[in-house]
Design a binder for this molecule. Sequence first.
Ligand code: ATP
Length: 317
Amino acid sequence: MEAVVDTLADLEARAAGRAPVFGADAHILCDNLVRIYKTGGASAVEVVALQGLDLLIGRGELVAIVGASGSGKSTLLNVLSGLDVPTAGLARVAGVDLLSMTPRDRLRFRRSVVGFIWQQTARNLLPYLTSFENVTLPMRLAGRGSRRERRARTGELLELMGVADCAERRPGEMSGGQQQRVALAVALANAPEVILADEPTGELDSETSDEVFAALRHANRELGVTTVVVTHDSLVSEQVDRTIGIRDGRTSSETLRRASSDGEVVAEEYAVLDRAGRLQLPREFMTALSMEQRVRLELERDHIGVWPADQGGDAGE
Ligand SMILES: Nc1ncnc2c1ncn2[C@@H]1O[C@H](COP(=O)(O)OP(=O)(O)OP(=O)(O)O)[C@@H](O)[C@H]1O
């Protein structure tokens, strides 16, 4: 019988069909993202703020990113918003590759693809413009629609965010919560595909922060905008369906909230397993069992056992 020899092209085509591209359907994708800051001139010190972070967020999701101070949350958001360029890895938002953008692409990306809200209310709005003028401005800069269309859209956005009554007020004449809701209307002005918010409720009391979160959820549900909120407030996970925990510049855990069969909302925490099979054990688990340096793994029928190195199975024999 004659042997059938595959050409290189046959093999490549078969391999491509076999292995789906990582995150092919994701609206936001980070693959092995690295960001190293160099500081200190001659005696340069390197800070690895993101160390191989993987992240997939689907279109229309509302996700919170939580983590301790210094874990890399703001660095990640700066990359996703096109303000900062990562050192290595892949980052894609709404189909745009953030590592290979030209300055022109970057401007378009920041103007129309993503909208932002910052923690400092004063950074979101121009103090000498009314809410109405603040919301209209990004549309004017982007040359969006006619004057009439811009005015109509501004009115609708302020209405949607529940701050129509603040249209003629300047930021100094509004509460922090009202300012953040107007900021959300500004962020939505050019119909972005993604909203990125960095501690949007950080300066607000808990009641006002609930209002701002309700507005974010409303925008997410009604307009289908993919929304990423960075916060150090772990209570935020009660407000979203998925919370991603970052530790030491990597995604380490995820909390998913879903309705159980009896209608109650349950939150389940998972460790994140990356493509290479790495996961981070929660620090408190490691401390409780004095786990250091190495652990023993044992594959069971339906789970994997993890023991301190000197215990379990036939360790040390
Ligand atoms: N411009 C910079 N130059 C040097 N190091 C930086 C710079 N920005 C951030 N870092 C360092 O990178 C690490 C991650 O910082 P990042 O601001 O992303 O953390 P974070 O989780 O947002 O913290 P926080 O909640 O305090 O804002 C920290 O060690 C920080 O000191």
